[in-house]
Design a protein around this ligand. Structure first.
Ligand code: COA
Length: 381
């Protein structure tokens, strides 16, 4: 039994923040902080904070803007974080709500009834609670049957979720599986961290994976897949259910991570990530092409994880050659920033309409763990 991708869905928040808006707020925070701490700064006990810069951000990352569910509070120099009002247990949780919207979009595109779904996987970087699983809540919102569960492989959650869906299909557990990636990445981002405050945005994506016995005529056959993990501390977030068991290191206060920042939000050694992850990903793609008797050049498109423009360009050069055609690796991070697991799915969702029967492309993720996932697809129909 073959597994195919029969649809994708996207939900994008209404509001977006430009680099200029973000930097204006950050620099206002710097002024406030420096003025509050002026005596400690002048006696050498604290280091003065320095301004951020919009043109640095675009040059270093390729990001020009990011969508978010909470623009006002992120830009308020006295808050600098999303503010998402607590909801009653009787209301849909925010992660389930945005995941549900992306799922509806994927189902509506091919007029598919939620009753046809056998399984739902909510695969994302940050799950909102311990239990019940957000996926089960989405199952309930959709009115779907079968079973549902959550999984987290950070930025690689979508590709690992798609491969898990493929295995559920080939193992006979399900014929139709929805993989949903609700990513509220602004909530794990420290907007007071000059090195990283520009990195992330919010979004939700969904991918419908089905057995070829039940799928639409037009679909994307999964012809090969590869998952890799290799331990690294270079991207880390120590938030977790054991935080309160170490009261001296509870929540957002207490032991500090890199450069005096809280380690209960995203922290990274960006340079090391860049250097170490690029070869892992390029090597994985080249080896998988070889295994499948494919020339990398035969790939019409690489829908890569969207974290950093130079990183994607370097991976593309290593895989496709120095003079590769830019259309082969579409970029959405300029508009969306890094949306963790959702990035490669947004790229796939937006840049596949020119594919003809038999064309082959690659959905590829990489990120914390380290983790990397490759899903090779061929257009049929
Ligand atoms: N505004 C202005 N200058 C800034 C700045 C900002 N917001 N942030 C950092 N800088 C400065 C630094 O102070 C440093 O100056 P110095 O050399 O005088 O000390 C300089 O810019 C370079 O800083 P660095 O952090 O080394 O930048 P970089 O070129 O490595 O770019 C990243 C930073 C994060 C964009 C880049 O490393 C990256 O994207 N790496 C991959 C990250 C990734 O994919 N992570 C996955 C997350 S899931």
């Amino acid at each position: 039994m073959k597994a195919v991708i029969s649809s994708t869905g996207l939900w994008t928040p209404e509001e977006s923040i430009t680099n200029e808006e973000l930097v204006e707020s950050f620099n206002a925070y710097v002024d406030i902080w420096n003025s509050k701490n002026s005596s400690s700064i002048s006696n050498g006990k604290k280091l003065e904070l320095t301004y951020s810069n919009a043109s640095f951000i675009e040059k270093a990352s390729g990001v020009k803007s990011r969508y978010t569910i909470s623009k006002k509070s992120i830009l308020d120099p006295n808050i600098m974080a999303p503010r998402i009002p607590k909801r009653k247990n009787s209301e849909p949780s925010i992660l389930a709500e945005i995941g549900f919207k992306a799922a509806q979009n994927a189902l509506a595109k091919i007029n598919r009834n939620p009753k046809d779904i056998d399984a739902i996987i909510c695969a994302c970087s940050n799950l909102q609670r311990g239990y019940p699983a957000v996926a089960v809540e989405i199952q309930n919102l959709l009115g779907a049957q079968g079973f549902a569960f959550d999984m987290n492989v950070a930025c690689s959650s979508a590709t690992f979720g798609i491969e898990t869906a493929r295995c559920l299909i080939s193992g006979g557990q399900a014929k139709t599986v929805l993989v949903i990636n609700p990513e509220i990445c602004t909530a794990h981002l420290n907007f007071k961290d000059r090195d990283a405050h520009f990195i992330f945005g919010d979004v939700a994506t969904a991918t419908l994976i089905e057995s070829d016995e039940v799928c639409e005529k037009e679909h994307w056959e999964i012809i090969s897949s590869k998952l890799i993990t290799e331990f690294s501390n270079n991207i880390r977030n120590n938030f977790g259910f054991l935080n309160h068991c170490a009261p001296e290191d509870d929540g957002m206060i207490g032991e500090r991570g890199k450069k005096g920042l809280t380690d209960k939000l995203f922290v990274q050694n960006g340079r090391s990530v860049f250097k170490e992850v690029v070869p892992i990903v390029a090597d994985m793609i080249i080896k998988e092409c070889d295994k499948n008797n494919l020339q990398p050049d035969n790939l019409k498109r690489l829908w890569l994880h969207q974290a950093n423009l130079s990183m994607n360009q370097l991976i593309a050069k290593k895989v496709l050659g120095k003079t590769y055609e830019k259309e082969k690796t579409p970029i959405v991070l300029d508009e969306y920033a890094n949306t963790s697991s959702a990035g490669s799915i947004i790229a796939f969702h937006k840049y596949n309409s020119d594919f003809k029967n038999g064309d082959i492309g690659l959905i590829c993720s990489f990120g914390a763990g380290y983790s990397a996932g490759a899903i090779f697809v061929r257009k049929n129909g």
